[in-house]
Write a protein that binds this ligand. Structure first.
Ligand code: 48F
Length: 257
């Protein structure tokens, strides 16, 4: 019966996909722009990478532009990445370019998946695997299970490195510090929390703060700003793209050695 074959097609291939991703080179938590760019470059370099996002539609804060005006701004320094993803853009003024936020977000996702990254949506990362004082994987559960507060145990996914790309809350870094008394590579040893908006400083600092902050755990995007206590920058997205590329480049250099 066609009805049964439709279900069989979904169930058998989904479990095959999950099975293939139980041991990863890189687990990326959060499907915002920085994490998706990282997924693209990591997959393109031949690494086994999966990205987990708690929402039905990954893409984080990029879909909405600013105040739901669905346009975004990107500065000259990040335009090489925009061109790599084939996103249409218009020059605006003084080294700034504007693009459609829906086209931009969907282009990032399309290229990441086509490069070989696997995206798992509706997955919340609720913890990490922590062995021998290093982050060694992620602990995942269905978002609806957590929202409903159901008492259902999660699954474990092992990874050589984990990226915290969870945005403003830097959830994974905060969890690692809180649960394990771990000292992060920050001025205070903990998550400092993002500062108020400053576009120039925010864009520079987010890239600078993109790094390994604990053995096995990297941060990118707004999670990097939040961890290091640097300013937010609002709807300019060049720093997010550059942060995603930087974290990928560092991990590629390490894992491909
Ligand atoms: O916040 P978000 O878009 O990440 P980002 O790459 O980009 C930030 C910008 O969108 C914007 C900005 C730039 O100018 O300030 O805010 O830093 O996306 C983060 C994604 O992570 C998911 C969440 O659903 C969102 O799509 N996420 C957060 N925590 C978890 C998670 C978690 N524990 N498990 C799975 N996904």
């Amino acid at each position: 019966m066609i009805e049964t074959r439709v279900s069989q097609g979904i169930v058998s291939t989904y479990f095959d996909k999950l099975q293939k991703n139980l041991e990863l080179d890189v687990a990326i938590v959060g499907g915002g722009p920085s994490g998706i760019v990282a997924a693209y470059y990591l997959a393109k370099a031949g690494l086994k990478v999966a990205q987990f996002d708690r929402k039905l539609a990954p893409g984080g804060g990029m879909w909405g532009g600013a105040m739901m005006f669905n346009q975004i701004v990107i500065q000259e320094e990040a335009m090489e990445i925009v061109r790599e993803f084939g996103i249409n853009y218009e020059p605006f003024m003084e080294g700034l370019y504007v693009m459609d936020s829906v086209e931009s977000t969907s282009s990032l996702l399309y290229h990441a998946v086509h490069a070989g990254a696997t995206v798992f949506n509706c997955y919340s990362v609720e913890d990490v695997v922590y062995k021998g004082n290093r982050v060694s994987g992620v602990v995942v559960n269905w978002t609806p299970v957590l929202r409903e507060g159901l008492h259902v145990d999660p699954l474990n996914i092992m990874a050589k490195v984990v990226i915290d790309g969870t945005g403003h809350d830097s959830e994974i870094a905060a969890t690692v510090a809180r649960k394990n008394g771990a000292r992060l590579e920050t001025e205070t040893g903990g998550v400092i929390g993002e500062r108020s908006l400053d576009v120039t400083a925010g864009e520079q600092e987010v890239v600078r703060g993109t790094k390994e902050i604990y053995p096995g755990l990297y941060v990118c995007g707004m999670a990097a700003s939040a961890v290091s206590g640097t300013p937010r920058m609002g709807p300019i997205f060049g720093g997010m793209l550059m942060s995603g590329k930087k974290v990928a480049d560092e991990i590629i250099a390490r894992l491909k050695k």
